[in-house]
Design a protein around this ligand. Structure first.
Ligand code: ATP
Ligand code: MG
Length: 893
C-alpha cells in the first residue's frame, strides 16, 4: 500500500468518526519560541491541551510533517528513524478517552483492507502500558482480546508522556508489530525494538506533573480537570510494514532516491543480506542517509528554511552536507543534488503539490548550497588531512580545538563534519577547546548575539490575556494615534495593577497604532500619554498571534490597569520606517533585475534610515554590479512608481507572481505589496510609502558575505542616505584642504604623494644599508678571540632588514683575517622578533666550524643554510643578546 493511500485511509477513518481534518502546520515551529521544528503531531494543538485557547471542535485529526534532529545519528542504522517523517494523529480535547482511543487504533490497524482498514495481523501486535495503568491493561485484554503475554508494563521514561516541564502529563500505550525471527530475537519490545517495531503511540493526558527531571523521576501531582487524547502513528513505519520492506528508507517515498544514488555512484544498495539495519554494510547506511536527508532538505526548503550558520538554517545545512558527503564517500564527485532532489520532489509532491510549483526556488537554494559546500569540502579536507597527519606524526590522538575552530571559522567546515572525518582517521577532537573559542567569538560578535532570541519563554500570561480580553484591535495601517485602554500590565511575566515612574513594563492595550516588529521591520517608537502619565514605548512585539505587547518605560506619573491613554507613534520614526521598508523591496527587485531571479532574499531587517537584505548569491558583487543595483534602485525612486496593497489568498498571491518570503506563517488571507505593478510584488505585512519617490535617495553602503552562498547588502535611505553622502563629501573636502589640492585633483595628488613617500622610503633604506655596511670593518676589528676562532658578534641597528643583515654578516666576514678561523654573527630585531645570520670563513670551515651548526645551536634546532652562511629567527626580540651568546658558547665548546 502506497504511503499516500495510508494517509487517505487514516484521515478518512477519523473523519468518519467525527474528527475535523486539520492541515499540517509548517515544519518550522513559528508559534513556539522553544522549538526550532515541529517534532510531533500534537505541537500545533498545545495551546488547546494547556487550556490557553479553545478549539472550535473537540476531535481533530491530522498528518503532521515532523523533524526530529535528535534522531539524526540513528538514521540508516536502525530501521525506523528518519529526520523527516509524517505523524498521523487523532486528538480528543476533553471528549473521548482511553477506551475509545485504544479501540480506534485497533480497528484501523487490524480492520480489513476492504473495510478501509490497514489490514495488519492482530496476532502479531504487542502493546506496552505504563506500570500501574491497570485500566489500559483491562481494555487491551478484556475488550480488545489481546493476550496478557503480549501486554508489557514499562516505566516512566518509556511510557509516561509530558512536555518535560510542569504541566499536563499522562501514561501512554504503544503499539508494536512483531516482524518475525528474521528481524531479531524473540521476547517483545523490551528485548528488541527493531524486530518489534513501534508504530503508534497513544497518550492518555490525565495528570499534572511537577518540576524535576524532564523524562524520568518527576512527581505526578494531580489530575487534569479535562482529559485529552493525543496519538501519533508513524506513517513511514506503517508504510514499511504494509509494503513488506525492511525499513522506512525502502518505502515508496524514499527508496527511489536511494536507487538514483545507486545509479549515480555505480554502487549497489543492499550489500548485506541481513534484514537488520544494525548489521548493515557502511555503504547501505550511507545510501539510507542520502535518501533520508535529501528528502528532509527538500521538505525544509519547501517550508521556507534556507541554509545558514544558525538555528533552523544550520540544521538544514547539516543535513545537506551529510547527504552530499555520503554521496562522495560512495565515489561520486560531481554535484548530486540536481539528480537526487527532483526524484524526492516527484515522490513527495503527490501529498505536497507546492513542492512542484515552488521547485525552482527550492532547487536554487539546494544546488547553490551544494556548489558552495563542494568548494568548502575541497579546501577544508586538505587542511584537515594535513592537520590529522601532523597530529599523528607527533604521536597525538586528539586534534586541537584551535584547528577545529580554524576549519569552522575560515573554511565554513562544520564541527560535526570535523568530528566525523577525524574519527574516520582514528582521531578525537578537543571539543572543549573548540567550544571555548566559539564562545569567545560569540561574545565578540555582540550584534549577532543581540539579534538572536533564545531562552525558554513562558507565553502563558499572554495566552491568558488573549483569552480574557480578545485580540488587539490593530490600527497601524490606518492611523498614528488611538484612544486606548490599558487592559494588561505585565512585570517579569506577572500581571501587576500598575507601574510607577522609572519602571519598565509590558503593556497590552485594547487598540494600538503601533507596528509590532515583524517581517524584518523594526517596531515603532512613540509614547503613551494619560492625564498623569508619560511613558516611552521601547519595543513592540506580538509574542502570540493577534496580541500586541508594548514594552514601555514610565517616565512620569503612573500607568494603571484600566486607565485610558493616548497611544501615539512618533511620525518622524514611522516615515523613516516606511521609507526603509519600501526601500528594501526596491533593492530586492533591483537585485533580481540585475542578477536574475535566483537572487532571492533570505532575510532582511529595516529601521528608519537603514536597511539590510540577505540573499542567495555565491560570489562577491563587483563594484560595477553594486553601482548598477544602486542605479536601478534610484531610478525606481525617481520614476515615482505607485505602491499598492491588495489582499488575497495565498494560492492567488502565488499565481499573481508575488514573492513569498516565508519566515512567518501566512494566514488564509495574505497581503501583497506592489511597487510599480509587477516590478516588485511581495507578500508583506509592513508599512510602506504610497509612491516610490517618497523613499528618497538610496545609497548602498556595504556588501559582505554572511555564510556560504549568502551575501548581504546594506543601504542608507531617506535623510540618512543624504547624510551619508554629505559626510563623504565633507571627507573629500577635508582631504583636499589638507593636501592643498582642488577637489577634482584629490585622487591624482594622493597617488603622487604615495609615490613620493615610497621613493623616499626606498632611498632611506639604501642610505641605512650603506651606513651599516660602512661599519663592517669597524665591527670586524672589534672581533674577540674565542679559542682559535675570531668571532665578531654584532647587534645590527633596530629595523635593519633581512637582506641587509645578511650583507652585513658577509662584509664583516670579508674584513676578518683570511688565514685565521673567523666567524661573523649578526642579530637584528624587527617587528618584535629577533633573527640571526652567521657567516664562517674558509679557515673556520676547515676547522669544522659550521655556520649552520651555530645557528641551530642558537635556535634549538631551527634555522637553515649551509656551513658557510646560515640564518634563522622567529624568537622574541628580547632574546637577541642570548642568540649571540649561544653562538659564542657553541664555538668555545
Ligand atoms: P522510538 O522509541 O522508536 O524512537 P518514539 O518513542 O520516539 O519512537 P514517539 O515520540 O512516541 O516515538 O512518536 C510517535 C510515533 O511517531 C512513533 O510511534 C513512530 O511511529 C513515529 N516516529 C517517532 N520518531 C520517528 C522517526 N524519527 N522517524 C519515523 N517515525 C518516527
Ligand atoms: Mg524516538
Amino acid at each position: 500500500m502506497e504511503t499516500a493511500e495510508i494517509q487517505r485511509r487514516f484521515l478518512k477513518f477519523f473523519e468518519s468518526n467525527g474528527h475535523t481534518v486539520v492541515p499540517s502546520a509548517p515544519l518550522p515551529a513559528f508559534e513556539d519560541p522553544n522549538l526550532l521544528f515541529v517534532p510531533a503531531g500534537m505541537v500545533p494543538f498545545v495551546p488547546y491541551f494547556l487550556g490557553q485557547a479553545t478549539p472550535d471542535w473537540n476531535r481533530a485529526t491530522s498528518v503532521q510533517k515532523c523533524i526530529r534532529t535528535p534522531d539524526i545519528d540513528e538514521v540508516g542504522k536502525t530501521s525506523r528513524h528518519g529526520t523527516f517523517f509524517q505523524m498521523n494523529g487523532n486528538f480528543s480535547f476533553g471528549d473521548y478517552f482511553k477506551e475509545q482511543a485504544i479501540r480506534f487504533a485497533w480497528d484501523l490497524t487490524t480492520g480489513s483492507l476492504e473495510s478501509g482498514g490497514l489490514g495488519l495481523d492482530g496476532d502479531k501486535i504487542w502493546a506496552t502500558v505504563y506500570l500501574d495503568d491497570d485500566e489500559a491493561i483491562d481494555i487491551w485484554h478484556k475488550q480488545i482480546g489481546l493476550p496478557l503475554d503480549r501486554i508489557v508494563r514499562r516505566g516512566q521514561a518509556d511510557n509516561m508522556w509530558s512536555m518535560g516541564i510542569p504541566g499536563p502529563c499522562g501514561p501512554c500505550s504503544e503499539l508494536y508489530y512483531d516482524r518475525g525471527p528474521d528481524y531479531g530475537p524473540e521476547g517483545g519490545p523490551e528485548v528488541d525494538e527493531d524486530r518489534y517495531l513501534e508504530f503508534w503511540n497513544l497518550v492518555f493526558m490525565q495528570n499534572i506533573r511537577g518540576g524535576g527531571p524532564a523524562k524520568e523521576g518527576y512527581e505526578v501531582t494531580g489530575d487534569l480537570p479535562k482529559k485529552n487524547i493525543d496519538t501519533g502513528m508513524g506513517m513511514e513505519r506503517m508504510a514499511a510494514l504494509l509494503q513488506g520492506v525492511d525499513n522506512m528508507y525502502e518505502t515508496d517515498q524514499v527508496r527511489p532516491i536511494i536507487d538514483k544514488a545507486s545509479e549515480l555512484t555505480g554502487k549497489r544498495y543492499g550489500v548485506s543480506t541481513s534484514h537488520t539495519a544494525s548489521e548493515s554494510h557502511p555503504d547501505d547506511i550511507r545510501f539510507r542517509v542520502i535518501g533520508d536527508h535529501v528528502r528532509s532538505s527538500l521538505m525544509l526548503i519547501g517550508d521556507g528554511v534556507v541554509p545558514s550558520n544558525e538555528g533552523r538554517g544550520y540544521v538544514l545545512r547539516r543535513l545537506m552536507r551529510r547527504a552530499i558527503r555520503a554521496v562522495r564517500l560512495l565515489g561520486y564527485d560531481k554535484p548530486a543534488m540536481p539528480e537526487l532532489l527532483p526524484v524526492a520532489m516527484e515522490r513527495m509532491s503527490t501529498a505536497y503539490p507546492e513542492l512542484k510549483t515552488d521547485f525552482e526556488r527550492i532547487s536554487s537554494y539546494a544546488y547553490g548550497e551544494e556548489e558552495a559546500f563542494l568548494k568548502t569540502l575541497k579546501h577544508g579536507t586538505t587542511i584537515l588531512d594535513t592537520a590529522v597527519s601532523e597530529t599523528k606524526s607527533e604521536g597525538g590522538k586528539t586534534l586541537s580545538g584551535s584547528k577545529a575552530f580554524e576549519l569552522h571559522d575560515t573554511y565554513g567546515f562544520p564541527i560535526d563534519l570535523t568530528l566525523e572525518m577525524a574519527e574516520e582517521q582514528g582521531l578525537s577532537v578537543d571539543q572543549e577547546g573548540f567550544r571555548t573559542l566559539m564562545t569567545e567569538q560569540r561574545q565578540r560578535a555582540k550584534a549577532d548575539a543581540a539579534a538572536r532570541k533564545t531562552g525558554h519563554a513562558d507565553l502563558s500570561a499572554y495566552w491568558q490575556l488573549l483569552q480574557e480580553q480578545g485580540p488587539t484591535e490593530w490600527k497601524a495601517y490606518e492611523t498614528l494615534e488611538t484612544e486606548s485602554r490599558v487592559i494588561g500590565v505585565l512585570k517579569d511575566g506577572q500581571s501587576v495593577p500598575l507601574a510607577k515612574a522609572g519602571e519598565i513594563v509590558e503593556v497590552v492595550l485594547d487598540r494600538t497604532p503601533f507596528y509590532a516588529e515583524s517581517g524584518g521591520q523594526h517596531a515603532d517608537a512613540g509614547k503613551l500619554v494619560g492625564p498623569s502619565l508619560f511613558a516611552e514605548v521601547l519595543d513592540v512585539q506580538r509574542p502570540v498571534k493577534k496580541l500586541v505587547v508594548h514594552k514601555v518605560r514610565v517616565l512620569e506619573g503612573e500607568l494603571v490597569l484600566d486607565d485610558k491613554v493616548e497611544a501615539s507613534v512618533d511620525p518622524e520614526w514611522r516615515l523613516g520606517a516606511r521609507q526603509a521598508h519600501s526601500g528594501t523591496h526596491v533593492v530586492h527587485a533591483a537585485l533580481r533585475e540585475v542578477l536574475g531571479p535566483t537572487a532571492l532574499q533570505s532575510g532582511s531587517f529595516n529601521r528608519p534610515g537603514y536597511l539590510r537584505l540577505d540573499f542567495s548569491w555565491r560570489s562577491k558583487l563587483s563594484d560595477e554590479t553594486r553601482s548598477e543595483i544602486e542605479e536601478v534602485s534610484n531610478r525606481a525612486v525617481r520614476d515615482d512608481l505607485p505602491v499598492a496593497v491588495q489582499y488575497m489568498t495565498l494560492p492567488e498571491a502565488k499565481d499573481f507572481g508575488a514573492v513569498a518570503l516565508f519566515g512567518e506563517t501566512y494566514d488564509e488571507t495574505v497581503r501583497v505589496v506592489e511597487i510599480g505593478g509587477p516590478w516588485s510584488r511581495e507578500l508583506c505585512g509592513g508599512t510602506h510609502v504610497s509612491r516610490s519617490a517618497q523613499i528618497g535617495p538610496l545609497v548602498l553602503t556595504a556588501e559582505s558575505s554572511v555564510g556560504s552562498g549568502q551575501r548581504r547588502v546594506e543601504a542608507a535611505t531617506g535623510m540618512e542616505a543624504y547624510k551619508y553622502l554629505a559626510r563623504e563629501r565633507d571627507l573629500v573636502t577635508q582631504i583636499a584642504e589638507e593636501i592643498g589640492a582642488q577637489r577634482g585633483d584629490v585622487l591624482e595628488r594622493v597617488r603622487a604623494i604615495l609615490q613620493r613617500t615610497k621613493d623616499a622610503e626606498r632611498e632611506l633604506a639604501n642610505l641605512q644599508a650603506k651606513a651599516v655596511s660602512g661599519r663592517a670593518a669597524e665591527f670586524a676589528a672589534a672581533a674577540k678571540q674565542v679559542g682559535a676562532v675570531k668571532v665578531a658578534a654584532v647587534q645590527a641597528p633596530e629595523g635593519t632588514k633581512g637582506g641587509d643583515v645578511r650583507n652585513l654578516a658577509m662584509q664583516i666576514r670579508g674584513h676578518l683575517p683570511e688565514d685565521q678561523p673567523g666567524v661573523a654573527a649578526v642579530v637584528a630585531t624587527a617587528g618584535g622578533k629577533a633573527s640571526i645570520v652567521v657567516a664562517a670563513n674558509k679557515a673556520a670551515q676547515a676547522q669544522h666550524v659550521s655556520a649552520q651548526a651555530l645557528v641551530k645551536a642558537a635556535l634549538s634546532g631551527k634555522g637553515g643554510g649551509n656551513d658557510e652562511v646560515a640564518q634563522g629567527g622567529g624568537v622574541p626580540a628580547d632574546q637577541a643578546a642570548q642568540l649571540l651568546a649561544a653562538v659564542t658558547g657553541a664555538i668555545s665548546a
